[in-house]
Design a binder for this molecule. Structure first.
Ligand SMILES: Nc1ncnc2c1ncn2[C@@H]1O[C@H](COP(=O)(O)OP(=O)(O)OP(=O)(O)O)[C@@H](O)[C@H]1O
Length: 378
């Protein structure tokens, strides 16, 4: 196809006609550059957002490029759902894989308007969205006011939203994003994260998302692959990875817990939503979630304090009986990271070593976890 390289340079790689059932991604890849070796072997569920997290230079982009077929690994087996993309006998070319790629710098074509950028490549895509679906994407990403602008007239956040929209117009069965928010300020990051959240929920779009940012991962990821030096250290659901003692989020000094619960009361008389997390009822500011919906709670470990008895005269809404599972001393900051067991779930608390000694905490101690702030993430 004459224009494949042009398409690749613009980040559009979606031309496959074949349907597949992308519920699982399996890859064994080995590739060697002069001073870097990638060697991975993993099988992960492809539902919602799979995040790849790791330090700069650990091979995240190289892995994504292998998955998309942009690098032909010296040894590669890549299977997505029931489709083999690469093994020792075959190599499905990038433009035949149903992958949408969004790069760090959106890669929009400067001479085209936003509308033209969105439609660019669409006629070559066998399963591109129809007109109505395109209008839905435009609305989901808030692109209506930008359609006649050219890339030079867009802010960084707007340009990234257009880049995401352009990938979605081609109806990929897998959307791969390589640090799409890296160059944006926090306000724009937040806006795009909200759009991506909606995309997850409304479009049920599987995504692989590379990021250095613990907050992006905690907000978006359902599953996390942690990489280091060309290898996969471990992978698991966001709850389990965040709770591990060797979690990269501890090292980044941003330990947090992610809990999932059901909305039991969308908005009580005090304008609070009540979320049941395996038997513990959390109260959070009303966020207009419907009854029965799954809510994702993000709780920073620093926002959890501990007491030996249940306070009767505190303004803190969320106080839960818990038992201490482990205590890890963080020498660099004079704090302890305490892993707690609630009714059915686990919660991290970051408290000072002094407090830990004052309360004589040890594994098995019964405490009351007081949660100062809970953010609802979906
Ligand atoms: N085409 C190439 N030829 C030689 N070396 C390469 C090539 N591409 C990447 N590398 C090297 O491979 C290593 C991994 O790079 P990669 O871009 O995959 O890392 P990364 O984890 O995505 O980093 P970052 O988070 O900084 O983007 C780096 O040391 C890089 O210099």
């Amino acid at each position: 196809m004459e224009n494949n390289s042009k398409l690749e340079n613009t980040g559009i790689l979606i031309l496959s006609a074949s349907e597949f059932n992308a519920t699982q991604l399996e890859a064994k890849v080995q590739l060697e550059y002069a001073s870097f070796k990638l060697a991975v072997d993993f099988k992960v569920p492809l539902k919602g957002v799979v995040a790849i997290y790791g330090p700069s230079g650990c091979g995240k982009t190289t892995l994504l490029r292998c998955l998309a077929g942009l690098e032909k690994a010296s040894y590669g087996e890549v299977t997505i759902g029931d489709q083999v993309w690469q093994n020792d006998k075959m190599f499905v070319r990038p433009h035949e894989r149903s992958v949408g790629f969004v790069f760090q710098d959106g890669g929009l074509l400067a001479h085209l308007t936003v509308a033209e950028n969105l439609n660019f490549g669409r006629k070559r895509a066998a399963q591109a969205l129809d007109e109505k679906q395109c209008r839905d994407v435009i609305s989901l990403l808030g692109l209506e006011p930008l359609l006649t602008s050219r890339p030079a007239e867009l802010s960084g956040g707007e340009a990234q939203r257009v880049a995401i929209g352009r990938a979605l117009f081609l109806n990929p069965q897998l959307l791969i994003m390589d640090e799409p928010l890296a160059s944006l300020d926090s306000l724009n990051k937040d806006k795009i994260l909200s759009h991506l959240d909606q995309l997850k929920q409304q479009a049920d779009q599987p995504m692989i998302y590379v990021s250095h940012s613990a907050s992006e991962i905690s907000r978006l990821a359902d599953y996390v692959i942690v990489m280091d030096q060309g290898e996969i250290q471990y992978h698991g659901t966001i709850e389990t990875v965040a709770a591990r003692q060797d979690s990269p989020f501890y090292q980044a000094q941003q330990p947090f817990s992610v809990l999932f619960g059901q909305v039991v009361d969308p908005c009580n008389q005090f304008k609070l939503s009540v979320i049941d997390v395996d038997g513990d009822q959390f109260m959070v500011p009303d966020l207009a979630l419907e009854q029965g919906r799954t809510a994702r709670l993000h709780i920073d470990a620093k926002d959890v304090s501990l007491a030996l008895s249940r306070s009767q005269d505190s303004s803190i809404l969320n106080i839960f009986k818990a038992s201490v599972v482990t205590i890890e001393q963080l020498a660099h900051c004079g704090h302890c990271l305490v892993k707690l067991s609630l009714a059915q779930s686990e919660l991290l608390a970051l408290i000072s070593q002094y407090s830990c000694e004052q309360l004589s905490l040890a594994p098995g101690s019964v405490v009351f976890a007081q949660i100062k702030a809970v953010s609802i993430l979906k």
